[in-house]
Design a protein around this ligand. Sequence first.
Ligand code: MLT
Length: 405
Amino acid sequence: MSRVNENFLKLPGSYLFSTIGKKVKEYQEANPDKRIIRLGIGDVTLPLPPAVITALHAATDEMSVQDTFRGYAPDLGYEFLRSAIAECDFRRRGVELSIDEIFVSDGAKSDSANIQELFSADARIAVCDPVYPVYVDSNVMAGRTGTYDIASGRWSNVIYMPCTAQNDFVPELPEQVPDVIYLCFPNNPTGAALTKEQLQRWVDYANEKKAVIIFDAAYEAYISREEVPHSIYECAGAKTCAIELRSFSKNAGFTGTRLAYTVVPKELVLDGVALNGLWARRHGTKFNGAPYIIQKAGEAVYSEEGQKQVAEMVGYYMNNAKVIYDGLKAAGYTVSGGVDSPYIWLKTPKDMGSWDFFDYLLSQANVVGTPGAGFGPSGEGYFRLTAFGSYENTVEAIERIGRLS
Ligand code: MLT
């Protein structure tokens, strides 16, 4: 008799953003006259940059002609895209990568969920708390997290690294030694960023302990401060201990178009085995390549016009971030993030619980955000707003919230 993978039964009933979506839908159905402003999920709202659209059209036309039609894409990605990535995202920042170290995929969410397959079933993972839920949930599904304690909101076999106001939302090196360390910087959800010096400490620690860092750099385009590195490979020694995840979603608006890549350096070796070869094997077995049309669109992001247009998009969202940050501060909120990140992290007023504040904001201001508690126990008492809305909606949402105080 077949049996289900019982690890799935340990998970909360639905994924954080599905729970929020359901609550908002119910509210809207009960209050059809209310105009809800959504600053919850970090989904972009601006259309794709013109350079990307032109590339999409051209690639679509190629697919209509016998001579230029393409079937399966190479498992690891087309060379034209991997070369553009190596040149623009790395070489220009002083990091040399061979294209064999770059694996193109259909999204950083899938990559961040799948990457745990490289590690042993008993690998001990460390995560920031609060954390992007995918890192933990994917390890729960793999049976790596132990049992869940409802009172603390923690899994027994996971090492939590609290990111709180006391440490400026920058995690301390853990006391217990992990095998795999998930770091997302600029951070989702707190919006905090690590300086190169701070990140170097993690790289040194991982090399010393023979741990692997999964560095999620999905928000690197939002970095504004000089001292914040865009890639972990800007730190000395990172190639022997770190995997980096990148996305086209947040910089170039590909949330609905799906394109990302993962860097697994050849120097990253565990138990005498290069992870690069394992990831290539996994990719080849489970993935048939991101579509040609989408990879051509990704290549266009690195063109001169593409880079200019992407910078304008990021600037637009960062202006929203400033509107949120300044507006909430003026309304008396304690706020952080929003400087190297599209996320603003605020303390809920009057020690309100995160989910209570969610309900309060939805019903009183018709504004949707994300409760900090949804990202982990240290997120309780906090709330996340995203800068990915339209400027007009962002201004209105902040005015509505301001009127509540
Ligand atoms: C978020 O809101 O945290 C992001 O949209 C999640 C994601 O990128 O998958």
